[in-house]
Unconditional design. Structure first.
Ligand code: PSU
Ligand code: MN
Length: 306
């Protein structure tokens, strides 16, 4: 049975894909494990609205009732956001078991890419990708998102990677996996809450139409995914020293408590939210809605080219 037989696509997304209209995939681990309720729902709705603002159709992807769902919206989206505590986090290795168990799960960047590619969605917006954790030389904690980017033909628009990760090592692994890292209006790979990481992107483009051309070319060449790095808007960027102190504290606590494997990223996200007294959440919403907008524009530019 092909993967498509395990996927339910909403009518709106299905119609959009059939008529070659621009569609943007959205992940759901940010809803289930990235933010508390009700901010997770508010953010998901704001992200959808920003995609729609460009003229593209949003397609939130999740696992519900033993099915891969594309275009989770309305009451189903509310259900996912409200039941976040009982939802699991499904990365690539969890998908088959989660479907068999019939559970509710948020899909990570890796899993969302797989499902998006299976239905023919080429552009995906998220906040930050998973990557190489600090201390990975000991723990080998490297997100499955990086390997997925190397093999699955979807362009992921993100605001870089949080410095809960080792950004230099994350970029090295992306390079080893042959993943192009494009900077939208930036020479530097952004660090999620801040615009700068000190590490350069591979190629800078200042126009979404040029990014769309690279995505089309990459797909023609069957060369896998692309990472589009879109920095947080100037007005919303956080103070570098302030966020770094918070991140270091969160990492120390995680180590002290022995948090590891799939629990580590959600734990750090939660502690950063708590320690910053919500300031990180405001920045998070600003950057993800900005990514949604740019992803919508790129998806439209791809349609215009084809
Ligand atoms: N980084 C963030 N926010 C997130 C995530 C990462 O700043 O919500 C989520 C994404 O869904 C990402 C996943 O794909 O965490 C990575 O988890 P792991 O490191 O366990 O692969
Ligand atoms: Mn991990």
């Amino acid at each position: 049975m092909p993967i498509i037989d395990h996927i339910d696509v909403s009518e709106e997304v299905s119609d959009a894909l059939a008529s070659r209209h621009a569609v943007v995939a959205l992940e759901s681990t940010i809803i289930t494990h990235g933010m508390p309720f009700p901010q997770n729902l508010e953010t998901a709705l704001a992200v959808e609205a920003h995609v729609r603002g460009t003229g593209a159709i949003p397609a939130t992807i999740a696992i519900m009732d033993g099915r891969l769902k594309v275009g989770v919206a309305g009451k189903r989206l509310e259900h996912l956001a409200e039941r976040n505590e009982e939802a699991s986090k499904a990365s690539r290795r969890d998908v088959a078991s989660t479907l068999v168990k019939g559970g509710l799960a948020g899909t990570t960047v890796a899993t969302t890419m797989q499902i998006a590619a299976a239905v023919g969605i080429e552009v995906f917006a998220t906040g930050g990708i998973g990557g190489v954790h600090r201390g990975a030389e000991e723990t080998l904690d490297i997100s499955a998102d990086l390997a997925e980017l190397s093999r699955t033909p979807v362009a992921v628009v993100c605001a870089g990677a949080k410095s809960i990760l080792d950004i230099g090592k994350t970029l090295e692994v992306l390079e080893s996996n042959g993943v192009p890292v494009l900077g939208y209006g930036t020479d530097e790979f952004p660090a999620f809450f801040t615009r700068n990481s000190g590490f350069p992107v591979d190629h800078r483009f200042d126009d979404v139409a040029d990014i769309a051309k690279v995505i089309v070319m990459q797909n023609d060449l069957r060369m896998g995914g692309i990472l589009v790095a879109n920095p947080i808007p100037h007005a919303d960027a956080m103070n570098e020293e302030e966020i770094e102190i918070i991140i270091q504290k969160a990492i120390k606590e995680a180590e002290a408590q022995g948090v590891n494997r799939k629990d580590l990223t959600p734990y750090l996200l939660k502690r950063i939210f708590e320690l910053s007294e919500g300031k990180s959440l405001t920045a998070n919403v600003a950057l993800i809605t900005n990514n949604a907008k740019v992803a919508g524009e790129i998806a439209l530019a791809i349609c215009a080219q084809r």
